[in-house]
Design a protein around this ligand. Structure first.
Ligand SMILES: O[C@H]1[C@H](O)[C@@H](O)[C@H](O)[C@@H](O)[C@H]1O
Ligand SMILES: [Fe+2]
Ligand SMILES: [Fe+2]
Length: 294
């Protein structure tokens, strides 16, 4: 097994910034919403009683997302030889998908995409951020390539090292084959402290897939958001600080800014797809060619 290492210099730099991560994210990037407002989202306790599908989703996800599974899917989809398609086309296609893992929206994905993008736009965010909000979930196209929801949607978490208790529905991780593995069950597993998330395998889903699809076209901040937006135990609960390097800490601030648009826009009115289309088509053309590889 290849162990991923960090040079002493990289390490000390990363430790300097990562040490205070847990408290830091909450104070510095704490949401401007009240506790009551934020409690209305991602309430998995309530979902447990009212939306049994969500718990069932995570049970299957947590049992099956092993390091071996992740490596296999990365090899398969990293080749980008499954389709050629434009961004708007993908958005329209995803219109028929409802995400089983999400307790907060029963709406289709194009609605969620436009709601997130419109929220960023109203906030005066730069064009790359508005575009990122629009497309961040397009990796859910995996579902249309025949993948089951458990390896397409839901929160992500590192595999190959100890699972955090703060991962949503963490109790189900006990049934994961890696849970008792002599290496993968240790705190650092196959990683070394502060090796950086670029070296870490997260459970496989729409984040990693779409990051690969977009790699050639978007600025680093946008790519970072796309790749890590579902890693809630880290960006929201402050877990796994020991994996982060200085670059991660720098980039995480964008994930936090983006997260507000992803989450809280779900309460807003349904956007008018037809009237918004010309604006977003132009925005897409600024960054992407007509067709890209999927
Ligand atoms: O249920 C949601 C949904 O699947 C999102 O697209 C994903 O980014 C979240 O992390 C997840 O909890
Ligand atoms: Fe997502
Ligand atoms: Fe989303």
């Amino acid at each position: 097994m290849r162990v991923i290492t960090t040079t002493p210099h990289q390490l000390s730099e990363a430790v300097k910034v990562a040490e205070a991560w847990e408290g830091y994210i909450k104070t510095k990037y704490g949401t401007n919403k009240s506790d009551k407002e934020t409690a209305a989202f991602r309430d998995y306790e309530a979902a447990d009683e009212e939306q049994p599908l969500v718990a069932a989703f995570y049970k299957e996800n947590h049992e099956k997302q092993t390091l071996e599974h992740v490596l296999q899917k990365k090899a398969l989809y990293g080749q980008l030889n499954h389709a050629e398609m434009g961004i708007w086309e993908a958005l329209e296609l995803l219109n028929t998908l409802v995400d089983e893992s999400d307790p907060d929206t029963q709406m289709s994905q194009i609605v969620h995409s436009l709601q997130s993008a419109e929220a960023a736009r109203k906030d005066g965010q730069p064009r790359w951020m508005i575009l990122t909000a629009l497309i961040h979930d397009l990796g859910k196209y995996l579902f249309f390539l025949g993948e089951p929801q458990w390896t397409v949607v839901g929160d992500t978490f590192p595999v190959g090292c100890q699972f955090s208790k703060k991962i949503v529905y963490s109790k189900y991780l006990k049934a994961n084959a890696d849970y008792n593995d002599p290496v993968y069950s240790t705190k650092y597993g196959i990683y070394s402290p502060h090796c950086g998330l670029d070296q870490v395998h997260l459970s496989y889903g729409h984040d990693e897939y779409f990051y690969q699809v977009c790699k050639a076209y978007l600025p680093p901040q946008a790519l970072y958001i796309i790749r890590h937006h579902s890693f809630y135990s880290c960006h929201t609960d402050g877990e796994y600080a020991w994996l982060l390097n200085a670059h991660d800490i720098e980039m995480m601030r964008w994930v936090k800014i983006f997260n507000q648009y992803d989450l809280y826009s779900k309460a807003e009115d349904e956007p008018n797809i037809i009237s918004l289309k010309p604006y977003y088509k132009e925005l897409i053309e600024e960054f992407f060619p007509d067709k890209i590889k999927w």
